[in-house]
Design a protein around this ligand. Structure first.
Ligand SMILES: Nc1ncnc2c1ncn2[C@@H]1O[C@H](COP(=O)(O)OP(=O)(O)OP(=O)(O)O)[C@@H](O)[C@H]1O
Length: 601
């Protein structure tokens, strides 16, 4: 199943359910409708039973009670069996819905354009929808068919009441209308409060992770910031709690007032019905049944129905989110494995032609007419001040953003015309905040070759070879299970690596990839300059036949590149070998001198 880009309406809870589990959904709806008519039959049945009993009292012939008694038992039995049947069918329904809806949401999340991931508002929306999508969908469905059930129940009971004493029916209707409105409004307020508090709860969750995560354990101990973060966590949590409490309190007061009025009025109706009984307009049995039915109606309208109506407003708000979520821009092929068939034509050149770029929703030009051409098998270092746009260049050329002006060409072909799965076959990337996967060392490395390397090549030998080329052979030897050792402390027998080792593993991932262009965006930031240069030299030796884009602030490390490109004010301001740029005595030379002076003093 796939979420269509459309405006979702409440009826879609049923349409989607019918699409996912057609027979089960129809059985559930039929059962609900049938069970909903039982109370009306019970009114008629119990009225007949009471009247027959009174008559037997006066005139004898006890056997006359069997028929109404049998009818009552039949009705009760039917409700009972239907409820069991419904619960059984519901289990299958829930399982199927969980599978279909969660998969559809995960699928959509995986192909959402990167700009939405980096945008706070859309990320909030994605998080909200992604939280418990199938539960929301099931709740919406349950609620909607509960509303049908109540409508059938109330309409049939109302029919009986109106047919006996018409004005009682009208009075009940008049009471119900304002109550409906209160319920609707409360539901909407509830959802708004939930959305608002969710923002604070997300921040609180993040702070909780800071206090409890393994990553921060050393700094936590050293800086002793746990108390301060704890206070902040409490502040965020308190704001969220107060928002929810306020909404709950308001709703509670409104609902209580509304239902007290209703209860009072229903008592008055019960008293008013005494007159038609005394005049012989309705039988005693009918009076008792009507009073019971009236109380039932009030109960359902003041509690049950108002509750489902309140939920209904919440369900509608979820559908608004779902509508926005389904409208989020998708990138076709982004969830597919890299298609290496594109590499049958060997990579030759990568070119930026007069590229201008602002991040969506901003007007600050990050790239301002940037042009450059990179060639195969060469190593390029990109340097420049913080925020100069180095990482942005890599985001554009890997297709994460396509709202730029100008052209980016691979082998002379505009990358906007290259399908995502083919485009990503060109690149292998290690970012500054590269991922640490708490799986085996071997799998950590092999993730870099998904879909790109044949099974035969993805053996233990390949893993050992690439780790060896990153000078990690000795590290492997001391691991209890060699390359099969699980990494990270969260797994049983897991072994944690040092920062530098993790970085080497991340770089090794790129080595099993067949992609002709490697992008290393400051992946060695945690290493000292000497180790960093060493890792890069090793890397350079291993990837002779690949083009490398290395982003670094360490100009010492940049020296290993064939060419250095200095990014400034959204353009390539200087370009050349280390020596050429030093001789130029421009910005690069100035930056290099500034860094060198630190080491010389
Ligand atoms: N998603 C985004 N939305 C808006 N602005 C962004 C976004 N990502 C980055 N920027 C801005 O774009 C500019 C360039 O960022 P970029 O990360 O490319 O710089 P950089 O040269 O790699 O910096 P550094 O050396 O600090 O890593 C910065 O001003 C940054 O704040």
């Amino acid at each position: 199943m796939k979420f269509k880009h459309k405006k979702y309406k409440v009826i879609d809870y049923i349409i989607i359910s019918v699409r996912v589990v057609p027979v089960t959904t129809i059985i559930m709806i039929l059962l609900k409708v049938l069970v909903a008519t039982v109370p009306s039959f019970l009114v008629l049945g119990s009225s007949k039973f009471v009247d027959t009993a009174i008559d037997i009292f006066k005139n004898g012939q006890v056997s006359r009670i069997y028929e109404p008694l049998f009818m009552l038992m039949l009705l009760v039995g039917f409700s009972w069996i239907s409820a069991i049947l419904y619960s059984l069918v519901k289990i299958r329904f829930n399982l199927k819905m969980n599978e279909a809806i969660n998969t559809a949401v995960v699928k959509k999340r995986s192909i959402i354009a990167y700009e939405h991931i980096e945008n706070n508002d859309t990320w909030d929306l994605i998080a909200r929808v992604g939280e418990e999508p199938s539960e929301q969908m099931i709740k919406g469905f349950d609620n909607l068919i509960s509303i049908f059930e109540y409508i059938v129940k109330i309409a049939s009971l109302m029919l009986i009441i109106v047919s006996q004493v018409w004005w009682v029916g009208i009075a009940i209707l008049i009471i119900a209308i304002p109550l409906f409105m209160v319920s609707f409004k409360s539901g909407k307020l509830d959802y708004d409060a939930f959305s608002e508090s969710e923002k604070y709860l997300r921040r609180a969750d993040y702070l909780r992770d800071v206090i409890s995560s393994r990553e921060g354990v050393e700094e936590r101990a050293l800086f002793g910031y746990a108390d301060a973060i704890d206070r902040r966590w409490f502040e965020q949590f308190e704001i969220a709690r107060k928002i929810e409490y306020k909404a709950e309190k308001q709703n509670f007061i409104k609902m209580k007032i509304a239902s007290s009025i209703t209860a009072l009025l229903s008592m008055i109706i019960a008293l008013s019905l005494l007159a038609p009984v005394s005049k012989g307009q309705i039988t005693v049995g009918m009076y008792m049944s009507l009073v019971t039915a009236g109380f039932n109606l009030v109960q359902q309208m003041s509690w049950d129905l108002s509750y489902v109506m309140q939920q209904y407003s919440k369900n509608r708000e979820f559908l608004k989110d779902l509508t926005e979520f389904s409208a989020l821009k998708e990138v076709n092929g982004v969830d597919l494995l890299p298609d290496i068939s594109v590499l049958e034509v060997p990579f030759e050149t990568l070119e930026f032609r007069n590229v201008h770029f602002c991040y969506p929703g901003t007007d600050k030009k990050i790239l301002n007419g940037l042009s450059m051409k990179l060639e195969k098998d060469k190593q390029y270092a990109f340097v420049g001040e913080n925020g100069a746009g180095k990482t942005t260049i890599t985001k554009l050329l890997t297709g994460l953003y396509d709202n730029y002006e100008g052209e980016i060409l691979i082998n002379g072909v505009d990358i906007k015309t290259i399908p995502q799965e083919k485009l990503k076959a060109y690149f292998s990337v290690v970012y500054q905040d590269f991922a640490k996967y708490y799986i085996s060392l071997k799998d950590n490395v092999l993730l870099g070759g998904c879909g790109q390397t044949s099974d035969k090549l993805l053996g233990d030998e390949t893993v050992k070879k690439v780790l060896g080329s990153m000078e990690m052979s000795e590290d492997i030897e001391i691991l209890p299970k060699g390359i099969d050792t699980p990494l990270g402390k969260i797994l049983e027998d897991g072994v944690d690596l040092s920062g530098g080792q993790w970085q080497r593993v991340a770089i090794a991932r790129t080595l099993v990839s067949k992609s002709p262009i490697n992008i290393l965006d400051e992946p060695t930031a945690a290493l000292d300059p000497i180790s960093e240069s060493k890792v890069y030299s090793l890397f350079k030796k291993v990837i002779q036949k690949k083009t490398t884009i290395l982003i670094t602030h360490r100009l010492g490390a940049a020296r290993i590149a064939d060419e250095i490109l200095l990014v400034h004010d959204g353009v390539i301001e200087e370009r050349g070998t280390h020596e050429e740029l030093l001789n130029k005595e421009g910005r690069y030379a100035e930056m290099f001198e500034a860094q060198r002076s630190w080491y010389n003093e």
